[in-house]
Design a protein. Structure first.
Length: 80
């Protein structure tokens, strides 16, 4: 199943406010890893959208998002 163009556009527009939030708080180095994670989780949800009625699907997505948050916050993101 392919993600339609409007799905890609929604993921991009949905993730952009995060970049501004990180820039506002002076954590610009976290913006790109967060946008990448949001894009990957958004694409995964869009590709398996027919499973949205199953509770296990949302439990799995919640677990994956929590792992992404822990990874982003625990890795030292530097420019070096």
């Amino acid at each position: 199943m392919r993600l339609p163009w409007w799905g890609v556009l929604c993921i991009i527009i949905g993730g952009l406010p995060l970049m501004f939030v990180f820039d506002y708080f002076g954590k610009s180095a976290l913006a790109l890893p967060t946008l990448d994670s949001v894009a990957m989780v958004g694409i995964a949800i869009a590709m398996r959208w027919q499973s949205r009625w199953h509770v296990w699907f949302w439990i799995t997505m919640t677990f994956i998002v929590a792992l992404h948050v822990l990874l982003i916050l625990s890795v030292p993101w530097t420019t070096k």
